[in-house]
Design a protein around this ligand. Structure first.
Ligand SMILES: *Cc1c(COP(=O)(O)O)cnc(C)c1O
Length: 532
């Protein structure tokens, strides 16, 4: 048989492309090994990554769009939903509470159904879409999503896309918390969905789900949804070893499930990301919904076009099976005991980090609940000269090879939430705690007493003009995109070429000085300039 000349040529060019890809990947920080304390969730087990890769390869080529053609799609999605529903204390569609020997009890009076999505943002958007549909409100007719300001930005995005309004309820600036009463005070006849987080990404605080549920139950229309955003916590809190209950420690069966998961009957939906503490590759999350109506309300179907009948349970049309197949395999491989052990490692690492960071002069660890997130801010009880600004500290950690995530201060009427830096702790972190704390101390020593960072020089004119009133925020919003681009490109070209772009502190300082809509425009232009 003569070899296909096209195949030979493609193989040759493909090898070159792969070599270039490998070189490009070497520009990235390592995604395993624990030196990045956000974005990546590393089990620390190479075997698990290897399994996920093999699973993805087996699923290669399948179009998840159509389970009637590809039978594996329904089985894999069904298996994932079953597993996550059990962990979160839901009931199966047979009416038996997952993992609960007591049986028969059907919290909320309806079974729990689920969709596998591409990530937390998609799960959250679909929860909002379902809530809007169940409410019967038209897009743009004033329907609201009520959530603490600490709820993930995905809900603001959902409101933007779905013709809803995001009503952010201010939190106590000292603790990052809202009471159920404060949250419920924002609920009215326009509300389609109330959102609580378990936990909130910026703070690690778990919102008072059970109290909010009780208040909604007592006083409000049953069609108003209550979504628990457990994108981060869903697969970690139920296994968290803690004196205080943080969720269903015996999957589906514990008293603690009453705190925030599906055991709270008034909770109507919950999102949990597999690509976070499910230790699966990026591209998988689950949305669980109580009752067929709410579950199916997020779907889109049409036969009103000349092509195939369309039924999309999620936002995408054609979609890969790879992420779901990888997530399913990882869930199966870990089981309860594997998950519990990985979470125990995470918890030990978190405790040691919190303890160590708390002793660094000039920094303080923000109020939080048990779980793998923590944020540090400046300790303003010490003298000016001893304070450590968390963004300068983050950049100094970055220069030493440990990446933590800067979070800008958030202005609200009750008082500003401080600038902070966020750390996501994963199982692999346990091996690195001493290294991380060493870096954290050195970085704090380097920047202690330096004062607040200043915005990039390229923004100087604009900020001065805003301050003097020569330019209004409206003028800035009206600027043509090319002018904004030119301004932001100046920031990028001024930045020292140290791979970290000179750090994030100056950009954060600019964001903190600008009205939020202007800041959003600038960060959009910034990312676009990076990508161009
Ligand atoms: C990560 C996260 C999301 C969004 O998830 P993506 O997977 O990044 O789209 C939503 N809510 C919380 C609390 C999260 O931590």
């Amino acid at each position: 048989m003569t070899p296909d000349p096209l195949a030979l040529e493609i193989a040759d060019r493909g090898e070159h492309a792969l070599a270039r890809l490998a070189a490009l990947r070497s520009l990235d920080p390592p995604t395993t090994g624990g030196r990045i304390l956000s974005y990546v969730y590393d089990s620390g087990l190479e075997e698990l990554d290897e399994l996920a890769t093999r699973a993805a390869r087996l699923a290669h080529g399948v179009n998840g769009l159509d389970p009637t053609v590809f039978a594996s799609v329904a089985e894999i999605h069904g298996g994932i939903v079953d597993r996550v529903r059990t962990i979160l204390g839901g009931v199966t569609d047979a009416g038996a509470p997952g993992g609960d020997a007591a049986g028969g009890v059907v919290p909320g009076g309806a079974e729990v159904y689920g969709s596998v999505t591409s990530g937390g943002t998609e799960s959250c958007i679909l929860a909002c879409l379902a809530a809007r549909e169940v409410s019967g409100r038209e897009p743009g007719s004033g329907g609201t999503i009520v959530a603490p300001v600490t709820a993930h930005a995905a809900f603001r995005k959902a409101a933007h896309l779905l013709g809803l309004r995001f009503v952010g309820v201010e939190v106590d600036p000292a603790t990052g918390r809202v009471t159920a009463e404060e949250l419920l005070a924002a609920v009215d006849e326009r509300t389609v969905l109330v959102v609580c987080s378990a936990p909130a990404y910026p703070t690690g605080v778990i919102d008072p789900v059970a109290e909010v549920a009780a208040g909604l139950e007592a006083r409000h229309d049953p069609r108003i949804g209550l979504h628990v955003d457990a994108c981060l916590g869903g697969l970690v809190l139920p296994f968290w070893p803690s004196a205080e209950p943080t969720g269903p420690t015996e999957p589906g069966g514990s008293e603690a499930a009453a705190l925030w998961a599906l055991r709270v009957p008034r909770v109507t939906s919950i999102s949990a990301d597999l690509h976070k503490y499910g230790f699966a590759p990026k591209g998988s999350s689950v949305l669980l919904s109580r009752g067929r109506e709410r579950h199916r309300a997020a779907w889109f179907a049409t036969v009103d076009w000349p092509g195939y009948p369309v039924v999309n349970p999620t936002l995408a049309g054609s979609k890969p099976l790879e992420p779901a197949a990888a997530a399913w395999t990882v869930l199966e491989a870990l089981g309860d005991d594997g998950q519990r052990e990985l979470v125990a490692r995470t918890a030990r690492a978190t405790d040691r980090l919190v303890e160590g960071l708390s002793t660094i002069e000039g920094l303080r660890v923000l109020d939080r609940d048990p779980g793998p997130l923590l944020a540090v801010a400046m300790d303003d009880t010490v003298d000016d000269g001893r304070r450590v600004h968390p963004h300068l500290w983050a950049d100094a950690c970055g220069r030493r090879g440990i990446s933590v995530q800067a979070q800008p201060a958030h202005r609200q009427g009750r008082g500003t939430l401080s600038s902070s830096s966020h750390l996501t702790v994963t199982p692999v972190t346990e091996r690195l705690v001493d290294d991380i704390l060493l870096v954290a101390r050195e970085a704090a020593d380097e920047v202690r007493g330096q004062g607040a960072p200043t915005p990039p020089a390229a923004f100087g004119d604009v900020l001065a003009a805003l301050d003097s009133g020569a330019l209004s925020p409206g003028d800035l919003l009206a600027l043509p995109e090319d002018d904004v681009h030119a301004m932001v490109s100046g920031v990028l070209s001024d930045a020292p070429d140290d791979g970290a772009g000179g750090g994030m502190a100056p950009l954060m300082a600019a964001i903190e000085r600008l009205p939020a809509d202007v800041g959003a425009r600038l960060v959009r232009a910034y990312l676009a300039a990076v990508m161009e």
